[in-house]
Design a protein around this ligand. Structure first.
Ligand SMILES: [Fe+2]
Length: 144
């Protein structure tokens, strides 16, 4: 059982494409580390580093998916990009929010946890809906 606030890799998240699965795992691991950094009130150093790492992994990953979707004409590409944009704007917002002083961050903890849980819920949902559709589609295309 995973601690509340984290997300664990599930068999149903597997895409069948190794590169993508590794990217998803890196994203999940970093998101979990972000949760523990918030819980431990490590706002300044640790959380900044983790959010930068998250930005790095997410940027590469969403670009990889969008490139595949474009290359193979995934029918739901607009929906996919809009959904990705939602994640981008949420963590960019979190990056902005946590830049305040230690005191400001502490007063914003419930909101910071809220933004984290939005990202976690987004990921768990996205992996089994739009991502799953994309990878089912791609596996067929890659066979051709
Ligand atoms: Fe994904």
């Amino acid at each position: 059982m995973e601690p509340i606030g984290t997300i664990e890799w599930q068999k149903e998240y597997e895409s069948g494409i190794e590169e993508i699965d590794q990217q998803h795992k890196d994203i999940i691991n970093t998101l979990n580390e972000i949760y523990f950094a918030i819980e431990n009130r490590e706002f300044q150093g640790k959380l900044s580093e983790l959010l930068d790492a998250f930005d790095f992994y997410v940027t590469i990953h969403l670009n990889t998916e969008e490139n595949y979707a474009e290359k193979y004409d995934f029918p739901k590409i607009i929906e996919l990009k809009e959904s990705h944009e939602y994640l981008r704007s949420t963590y960019k917002h979190l990056q902005f929010i946590h830049k305040g002083s230690e005191k400001e961050c502490i007063s914003r903890i419930p909101y910071i946890f809220h933004l984290h849980s939005v990202m976690r819920e987004w990921l768990g949902y996205h992996l089994v809906t739009l991502d799953k559709e994309l990878f089912d589609f791609l596996r067929e295309k890659l066979k051709e």
